[in-house]
Every structure is written in C-alpha cells, then in structure tokens.
Ligand binder design. Structure first.
Ligand code: ZN
Length: 421
C-alpha cells in the first residue's frame, strides 16, 4: 500500500491514504463555556512529518473509542483544510475527520516512529512570537520556582464563573532567560512540591508566548502537556547548556489572603478599623498587608463617583471645554475610558475612615459596568446614581490591601480590594 506523505497533502482533490502515529491527543474545551468543541491530535508519519488533526464535536462519539495515543493508523477519506485556529505543529494545514473517514489500526513494530515529538523553541523564537497567538511552541526548561496550588475563581463577572486550581512555575530556558508558566486544572497537579530542591527538567508543550516588559510568560492551551525529566537526548544537551548546578527549584510565595474557602478569606487577618488605621510598617518583607474588616458604609462622596482615564497612561483626565485633557501626557488623548472611583466613609464600632473603590471591585459591587451605568443616566453624569447611593447603610466585609502611603505616611485613604459578603 502506497501512502501519501504529509508534505503532498493539499486542500484540493482527494486526500488519499496516510499512515500515521497519534503522537498526542487532547480534548479542546471552550474556556468561557466549558463545552467540549473537538478532539484534536498531532499525527506523524514514518518520514517524521507532522500535522494537526481535528474531529469536530458531532463526530467525536464515532471515533473516540477507535483512536489511542501512541498507536499507528491508516487514515483515508478525510478532508485537508487550512488550520485557521492555532497551529500546534509547524504546518499550516490540518486533517479534518468527516462522517465516513476510515480509521484502521496498523500493527507496526518498526522503530521509524519516535516515542516523543517536540518543536522546541529557542529564546529568539520565543521573543519573535511574543503576543502572536498563532503558532504553538514547546519549551524545555530547568524548574527554578514553584508556587503552591491556589484555587481561583475565573470568569467572575460572567454567567459561568468557575473555581479552578492553578499553579505558577518558573523555568530557566536558556543561560539568561526565564519564563513564567501558569498551569491550570489537571496540569496544576502534574507537578508536586517534592521537586523543591531537586533538579527537574520540565517540558511544556503547545504554549503561546506573552510578554510584558522584560518578562516572558507562557500561556497553556488545551493541547498542553507537561513532561518531567524525560530521558531524551535533548534533555542532556539542555542540561549541558544552562547553569545547572546552581539552579534548583525553590518555593515561591503565595498570596494567602485569596486562599481557601470564602469563609477563610472573610476572616483572613481580621482587624477592626482602628487597628487598620494605626498599622505601620514594621517588617515589610514578611507580611502581605492584606486585612479584612467588617464595616458599614456611612457616607458617600457626592462630588465624584467616576472619572475619565487616558488610554495612553491610564491617569485621570480633566474636562476642558468639550474635550478631555490628560495632564500627564499634556495633550488631549485620542481615546479615553471611563472608570469607577467611588469614595466612601466606612465605620465600625472602633472608628471611621475613608476608602476608595475602583473599577473592577465597583463593577462587582454594583453588578454593572461603568459604561452601562453612564448610559442609564441619559447624560446626567454629575448625579450619583441610585444604585450607588443605596450602598449607604450597607454592612460588608472589606478586604484591604495597605499601601506604602498608609503604612509609612499614615495616610488614611484605603483601597478596597474586594467585598466578601
Ligand atoms: Zn495620559
């Protein structure tokens, strides 16, 4: 039987037969809705060529039981399409299963197919693909830091909020470049803290690169797999190329105030307002200065509850004639964004103090975006909306993060990070 080689596959005409090994297989889940979208695979032929393959949702049940990772199949009657989503391998085309695609397992004990397949990215490739979500890359690195698993609410302001486990790690990928990786769900559990203090070479597959200033971080995808200390030649080559001896994984610090159940969080570092307002820096390196307090909103600042921010520098703009002017940029920015800034006076049985509630937190509290809120006012932006006025009299648990202003200068303008009740 003559097989087509992957390089010969085109989007026109009959695709023909291919003989391929399923290198990796994964379910693609829609992050926002948690729905299964497709079953995806990386296929490789005897020549070592690879291609992405997709079985869309409606056909998954026909094929799922017939296909296993690491097995070899003869495939026929499939479609070849441009891979319009992301490319898990360096190939712009993909195999798409149709209703009558034939899958026949082939007994083949030849050693033509490798056990693993990776497309490792160098530091230069990582930098070149920064913030371009098109081509996935695989990364090998020496584990240098690992955080404890945290449980985090995701998609908080949507119809489908969910609790997810996450674990952050840091990898040294070349002599002078580290990357941060956030592992979600099951991936978060694929590394345990036993690795602390032991040399560990980690491979993370099918990731995308994000970059902010000098720091690179890797975004995982549905196809991401994590391997630890794999005995392949690349591992040994890599070990020889990085400062191996001095780099052993250490435990990173965790923001403990967002750990545990809501009840744990509500009572995290619970203080009275008086205790909070009297707090000063003592040993700043050992504390996170996040506190919770139960207090009542007694008064609103009626002069201001929102502001227009400059899209360039995020600072507040002032209205001059009919335009918004940014003092920091010293110009009228092309684009501006309205943001909440609600100033309230809160008190408990010990004292009272002023604090500010900004954008995200205000949106959570009021359950509406600033844009919707402004739209509902028919141009009367000066007036404080009813739903904000109604905050008065409410008793809530506030989560504060104390700033240097609070702690060294004793300034009493506190920032509400979250309300928990
Ligand atoms: Zn500006």
């Amino acid at each position: 039987m003559a097989y087509k080689i992957i390089k010969q596959l085109t989007t026109s005409g009959q695709a023909g037969n291919i003989k391929v090994k399923v290198i990796r297989m994964w379910e693609s889940i829609n992050f926002a809705t948690d729905e299964l979208m497709s079953l995806d695979m990386i296929l490789m032929n005897e020549q070592g060529e690879t291609i992405h393959a997709t079985i869309w949702k409606n056909l998954i049940n026909n094929y799922k039981a017939k296909i296993n990772e690491d097995s070899i199949y003869e495939l026929s009657n499939f479609k070849i399409q441009e891979d319009t989503r992301y490319h898990p391998v360096n190939n712009a085309l993909k195999v798409v299963f149709i209703f009558n695609t034939n899958v026949k397992e082939v007994e083949d004990c030849s050693d033509k197919f490798p056990d693993y397949y990776f497309e490792f990215a160098s530091k230069d490739t990582l930098l070149a693909r920064k913030n371009i979500d098109k081509q996935c890359l695989d990364v090998m690195g020496l584990l240098t830091k690992i955080k404890q698993i945290e449980s985090r609410m995701i998609l908080k302001n949507t119809a489908n909020p969910r609790q997810k486990d996450i674990r952050e790690i840091e990898l040294l990928i070349s002599r002078d470049q580290k990357v941060k990786v956030t592992l979600w769900g099951d991936l978060a559990h694929s590394l345990s803290e036993d690795v602390i203090g032991k040399h560990t070479v980690v491979i993370v597959t099918s990731t995308m690169v994000e970059g902010l200033q000098g720091m690179l971080s890797l975004k995982t995808t549905n196809g991401t797999r994590l391997y630890k200390d794999l005995d392949i030649p690349e591992t040994w080559k890599f070990i020889a190329s990085v400062p191996y001896e001095e780099n052993v994984p250490k435990l990173m610090e965790v923001d403990k105030s967002t750990q545990g159940t809501l009840e744990d969080q509500m009572f995290y570092n619970r203080r009275t307002l008086q205790e909070i307002t009297q707090m000063r820096h003592e040993n700043p390196t050992n504390q996170d200065f996040v506190f919770t307090s139960r207090a009542t909103i007694v008064r609103l600042d009626n002069d201001m509850w929102w502001y227009m921010s400059c899209n360039v520098c995020n600072k507040m703009c002032t209205k001059i004639a009919n335009k918004y002017h940014c003092n920091k940029c010293n110009t009228c920015p092309e684009a501006t964004t309205p943001r909440y800034w609600i100033r309230i006076q809160i008190s408990d049985h010990t004292t009272s103090t002023t604090c500010s509630i900004f954008d995200d937190e205000a949106q959570r509290m009021l359950k509406t975006t600033i844009t919707n809120m402004l739209d509902s006012l028919n141009g009367n932006y000066e007036e404080v909306p009813k739903s904000i006025q109604q905050l008065c009299g409410k008793t809530l648990i506030f989560r504060f993060k104390l700033s240097d202003h609070n702690l060294t200068e004793g300034k009493e303008y506190y920032l509400v990070k979250e309300h928990l009740s």
